[in-house]
Design a protein around this ligand. Sequence first.
Ligand code: SAM
Length: 243
Amino acid sequence: MAKVEEAIWKTEGARKRLAVQHMFAEIAPTYDLLNSILSLSLHHRWRRFAVSTLKLNQGDRALDVCCGTGDFMVPLRQAVGKAGLVVGIDFCQPMLERAKTKGHDRLSRGDACNLPVASGQFQGVSVGWGIRNVPDIDAAHRELVRVLKPGGRFVSLDMALPTNKFIRRASEVVTNMVVPRIGALFGKTRAYTYLPKSTQSFSTREQLAASMQRAGLIDVRHKDLLLGNVCIHYAQKPGAPLA
Ligand SMILES: C[S@@+](CC[C@H](N)C(=O)[O-])C[C@H]1O[C@@H](n2cnc3c(N)ncnc32)[C@H](O)[C@@H]1O
């Protein structure tokens, strides 16, 4: 088992998987509150924008991978309506328990690199702040392409490093100094040290786009938010555009 003291952002493979799982179990009770504080509540707007790139219709089926406490499932539900289906998958039971309290009922425990769903099921698949945490990003992208219908769309929203060097330096100061301190106020220093560290060692925009293309996605695009500190990648699975 990965030691809890270990620097999670330096782990890989099965050790990273276990360390990340432990970390999210630990922060599940305060995750939503800290998310709102650290993003100044902008995360709701970013999620709505990300979901709009999926171009979902009422009655469609959508999957949220790494669903956590279920906040991405809210705009997904609005997009597909009561006639549609929204499924959330996460490998951390305490995060799923929080999602359950928000009324989401189609929740399953599972790994992003080995999704417990049949192929070709969904018109849209989303991942919010999840890809950065998986040990094998290529495998996760292949899995989500597998479960998309031909012509279906994928979106991933995650932290990023600003491309402008002055903004990047200012962001580094804020994220390295302020974020862990806010985490410390809630007794979660380790997890909120992981946030900036994992962002700094995360794939670049171009590497993420290349991984999505290797997995078979086409028309891969990205859009920066919050001066490039957050980035949305979106793409399509080849096939006739869905009506
Ligand atoms: C930063 S939280 C994001 C939660 C949610 N998507 C949101 O937008 O707030 C990352 C989530 O990804 C989950 N996760 C990380 N790696 C995973 C994996 N390999 N398989 C499934 N879930 C994973 C964690 O348990 C956690 O709930």
